[in-house]
Design a protein around this ligand. Structure first.
Ligand SMILES: C[S@@+](CC[C@H](N)C(=O)[O-])C[C@H]1O[C@@H](n2cnc3c(N)ncnc32)[C@H](O)[C@@H]1O
Length: 355
């Protein structure tokens, strides 16, 4: 296996390496991830809503499309995690195939590859399949025999839907319920926010909306989000001109300074836990704070963010903690600490002396 390449992508490419499927003159990769083998392909256009992967794809020199159109002789698919998202992607891939074209899908066994292969078989009738690297790659040819009613049902799963008055979409974070951690933070956000607000990993806009509801005089709220689909939902949910939207990888830092940062940082990359990502969010937040600026974050209780806040030289407190979540409110102080009501002194020094 090539280092840094997902096992699903390695498996996806096996039928081509083995000569079982011919490499056509052009192909479309949905859920694009870089692989050195693609350098030898005549043309692969990638669709990738997740900014860090989209950037990597472009950096590797491949063309990228935000909204693939037309039809293709080959569509490769690395579907997302949720059932609705994967089935909607099957229908989208079918629509993008030319007649006689081939769809090849690869998924990890743990993500339900066998179940999804059966689903594709239900639609296509006949599916070829192989297994390696704890993944399955399965393929079907677009002939006249696909089940049109089933495809219509799957297409519907990818349409925008409503959640408590907000627009959401399958596959984005908290697409079927408001995240309880974010709800806890929204409940405890202060009513004295002044200046500009940044919402990091803003999703479909829940926290940005909550910040404005608590602070109706705010003039600027900036949403930074890596998932283009979530950000598009946020654009529909937050139509007031004070909202600004950035398709951005927060781990790379922020392009501006802010008085306030709100966030429910991600701690997963793909299927696995990645505390480093949450830490990178904290670093970007701290780096973007003006002096006296504040961070309001929610995290799962067990995540070790307090040490990171200490390392960043921020003064913090934990106003709420329950069985699952904790809120951490942090402040970037002037040399002479600028105490705000409710911000008890809690620096790395003071915490060491309390241990
Ligand atoms: C725990 S969710 C919180 C979403 C939203 N703020 C809410 O409260 O519902 C974390 C969000 O961070 C986004 N995300 C993950 N990695 C990111 C990155 N590198 N840069 C920006 N956003 C990222 C995810 O797509 C997801 O929407």
């Amino acid at each position: 296996m090539v280092r840094g390449v997902s096992p699903a992508l390695e498996t996806l490419l096996l039928p081509f390496e083995r000569g079982e499927i011919a490499i056509p003159r052009r192909a479309l990769l949905l859920g694009a991830e870089v692989h050195p083998a693609f350098r030898e392909w005549p043309h692969v256009t990638g669709w990738q809503p997740f900014k860090p992967l989209a950037d990597a794809w472009e950096k590797a020199g491949h063309p990228r499309s935000d909204a693939p159109a037309g039809t293709w002789p080959l569509v490769l698919l690395l579907p997302g995690k949720s059932r609705d998202e994967a089935l909607a992607a099957f229908a989208k891939a079918y629509d993008l195939l030319e007649n006689g074209g081939t769809l090849v899908v690869a998924m990890a066994n743990l993500a339900g590859a066998q179940r999804f292969e059966k689903e594709l078989e239900r639609a296509a009738g006949k599916v070829g399949s192989l297994q390696k690297h704890k993944c399955r790659a399965f393929h079907a040819v677009k002939d006249g025999g696909w089940d049109a009613a089933l495809l219509a049902e799957w297409r519907q799963l990818g349409e925008p839907r409503e959640l408590d008055g907000f627009t959401v979409e399958a596959g984005i974070f908290s697409a079927d319920h408001i995240d309880p951690g974010s709800a806890l933070l929204a409940e405890h956000l202060p009513k004295n926010l002044r200046g500009r607000v940044a919402d990091l990993g803003a999703g479909w806009g829940f926290l940005a909306r909550a910040a404005l509801e608590k602070n109706p005089d705010l003039k600027e709220i900036h949403l930074f989000e890596a998932d283009a689909r979530a950000l598009n939902c946020a654009r529909k949910n937050l139509t007031e001109p004070l909202f600004h939207f950035h398709w951005h990888d927060v781990a790379t830092g922020l392009p501006d300074k802010f008085e306030n940062v709100v966030m429910n940082p991600p701690f997963h990359s793909g299927q696995s836990t990645d505390i480093g990502l949450g830490r990178a969010f904290l670093r970007s937040a701290a780096g973007s704070l003006r002096m006296g600026g504040r961070i309001f974050l929610v995290a799962n209780r067990q995540l070790p963010y307090e040490a990171e806040l200490d390392a960043l030289g921020l003064v913090w407190r934990k106003p709420v903690e329950d069985a699952t979540y904790k809120l951490l409110f942090a402040e970037k102080r002037l040399d002479r600490p600028l105490l705000r009501p409710g911000f008890e002194e809690r620096t790395a020094e003071s915490q060491r002396s309390r241990r």
